[in-house]
Design a protein around this ligand. Sequence first.
Ligand SMILES: N[C@@H](CCC(=O)N[C@@H](CS)C(=O)NCC(=O)O)C(=O)O
Length: 247
Amino acid sequence: MTSHPEFTFYYHTEACSIAVRILLNNLALPFKAIPMRQSPNGIEPADDSLTALEYKAQVHHMGYVPALTFTDPTTGKKEVLIEMPAILNYLVSVSSLDTEAKEKLTGSTPLEKARVTSWLAWLSATVHAQAFGPFFAPHRFYDADTVITAGGNVEDTQKAVVEGAKKKAVFCYESIERRIADSEYGTVLGGKEVTLVDINAYVFLRWGRKAFDMSKFVKYAKMGKKVEELEGAKKALQQEGLEALAV
Ligand SMILES: N[C@@H](CCC(=O)N[C@@H](CS)C(=O)NCC(=O)O)C(=O)O
């Protein structure tokens, strides 16, 4: 059993936060999940514990999920943790897994650990921020006043941003498929062991299935199925009322 105090976990159904939920479950860490809802000032906890502005001031400065709040067992201080690579690595560190089991998730050699970090950074900064950021919220990627002053059309600009985002997403999917391990000894993505990278990459596989033709990304789908075999993933899907991926 872990000695870590309970986490408060802020999430949106099927958002990137599901990677955190899968890991929390799989590591048997105690958590209380708080769903978010839309409000005029951004997303806010649906349990009325904080307004959107308080959430930004006290929990996530961008007003996003995932976010964890908890008491640090080593100092007794209240802490907040945001950003996927940091959260995933922290959860493994404080879990009660033995070193070998931890290193299956995070990599064991210095090079493997660096590769895990490299992938998590790319998934966050490129796949999420450059492809799905503009795909889901194109208005954040141009300045409407500047478009109008230049004689442009805001609606057309928005369409162009979405089209650019789709191309970037397809590029990312192709890149993931190409770089997934072939051999059973594999790498940190799609390898023999499920790593933090697989758990994070699973999010984009789910999203892709809603908007893109994912049929050619066979190795990626296989990786997703392997993630879904984790007890923590089965539980996460059940908790968020989601279906497993159809293959
Ligand atoms: N870089 C952040 C990205 C977080 C992020 O973009 N979260 C999305 C959900 S997948 C969000 O909260 N969006 C709320 C909004 O855009 O208002 C991370 O890795 O945690």
